[in-house]
Design a protein around this ligand. Structure first.
Ligand SMILES: [Zn+2]
Length: 58
């Protein structure tokens, strides 16, 4: 079972997705992706909550 996230599920017009073993690792990947592809996006606590709410276990 791995954790999966898709950028499009957050409402972004973006086809990026990734998987990770742990939520911490996944959030690190999301943060790196956001910095690279969505530099205008401010990572607020609300955004982090939203991201966590769209994590799927596959
Ligand atoms: Zn994206």
């Amino acid at each position: 079972m791995v954790k999966s996230i898709s950028c499009a599920d957050s409402g972004a017009d973006c086809s990026w997705s990734t998987t990770a073993e742990t939520e911490e690792e996944l959030m690190n990947k999301v943060e790196a992706h956001a910095k690279e592809k969505h530099p205008d996006l401010e990572i607020t606590p609300e955004l982090v909550q939203k991201i966590k709410s769209i994590i799927k276990e596959i």
